[in-house]
Design a protein around this ligand. Structure first.
Ligand SMILES: Nc1ncnc2c1ncn2[C@@H]1O[C@H](COP(=O)(O)OP(=O)(O)O)[C@@H](O)[C@H]1O
Ligand SMILES: [Mg+2]
Length: 306
């Protein structure tokens, strides 16, 4: 450790803590009292793509009405897990069960239990908000007045009632995401899966979406599993599974993980701050303590937990 000098320095903070959310959970203790154990059960899941291991023996359970986060840097296997849970892909090994249905053996029954929001856009921009939901409802066998009232209910829920007859292409990014969410929830799923749902959203829209997920959990008792690579989003989850290079490196509440992972800050002086920051960003060995959210300020200081 040394004193700051004239050399350009960077500050890298691990586990950046976001501002406290406005939303106050109705029942902050609910995750500790599961009504039904293990709504989602992942056991020793393994998946390889052409010689590359994307998931390497991952196991965890998700409880009823839990907001569960899958956190990890890019390439850690989050989307692979999401594809397996949503039955888009069969795992190379292990088992994934949702609401008692095995993803590999009973994909049709499992699909009826889940709503899915993919990272890539799935709404049709040339259709209105209501038409998008109408189309989705038909895919799930909903018809007539039941579907009509369900569409009205969902549009109200995501704050798009007054835009029902407008084309989705006229919506902001946040509104389009909310329409995606309405689509995923139209058939009343018990479990909602979302893959990096806030990608491309501004901070306000991101915050709204997370608040909405918390409301869904508390008021509808929907079990939500959401992937993110952002620490400040992960903090809003009841529990987190942290993936790194296809392995589960930590599992627990955000507070537990912060206690476990949070550590010292070391200030280093360097004449070549850019290259040092670059080296600090490179993934280290697969252990929880090395997973990081990096943030640096020019002309200040440089730190890395090691
Ligand atoms: N379709 C694919 N074909 C080959 N390799 C893939 C494919 N999809 C993902 N991978 C690889 O699997 C690993 C995990 O990827 P992914 O599940 O997309 O991680 P994440 O969503 O956390 O970024 C990465 O090394 C990635 O390059
Ligand atoms: Mg991904």
């Amino acid at each position: 450790m040394s004193k700051p000098s004239t050399a350009r320095q960077f500050q890298i903070k691990y586990l950046v803590v976001s501002k406290a959310p406005d939303y106050v959970a109705l029942d902050p203790q609910h995750s500790a009292v599961p009504a039904i154990p293990a709504v989602i059960s992942v056991q020793d899941l393994v998946h390889r793509y052409e010689g590359r291991t994307a998931l390497n023996g991952v196991s965890f359970d998700v409880r009823h009405a839990e907001l569960f986060g899958l956190l990890g840097p890019n390439g850690s296997g989050k989307t692979t897990m999401f594809r397996i849970l949503s039955t888009l892909m069969v795992a190379g090994g292990g088992r994934a069960v949702i609401m008692g249905f095995d993803a590999a053996k009973e994909p049709d029954a499992l699909r009826r239990q889940i709503g899915v929001v993919f990272q890539a856009q799935s709404i049709d921009l040339k259709l209105t908000a209501a038409e998008n939901l109408w189309h989705q409802g038909h895919l799930y066998g909903l018809r007539g007045t039941t579907l009509k009232s369900r569409i009205a209910e969902m549009l109200a829920r995501v704050g798009l009632s007054d835009r029902a007859k407008e084309k989705a292409e006229t919506f902001s990014g946040g509104m389009q995401r909310r329409l995606e969410l309405a689509k995923g929830l139209l058939h009343h799923p018990a479990v909602l899966l979302l893959d990096e749902p806030t990608t491309g959203l501004d901070p306000g829209a991101r915050r709204d979406l997370w608040q909405y997920l918390q409301i869904l959990r508390d008021e509808e008792r929907v079990t939500v599993i959401v992937t993110t690579h952002l620490m400040e989003e992960a903090e809003r989850c009841d529990r987190l599974a942290i993936l790194n290079e296809g392995k589960l490196v930590a599992l627990g509440t955000p507070a537990e993980l912060k206690r476990e992972i949070g550590g010292d800050v070391i200030l280093l002086d360097t004449r070549d701050a850019e290259s040092m920051a670059e080296r600090a960003r490179r993934p280290g060995p697969s252990r929880a303590g090395k997973w990081s959210s990096l943030h640096y300020r020019r002309g200040r200081s440089f730190s890395r937990r090691d």
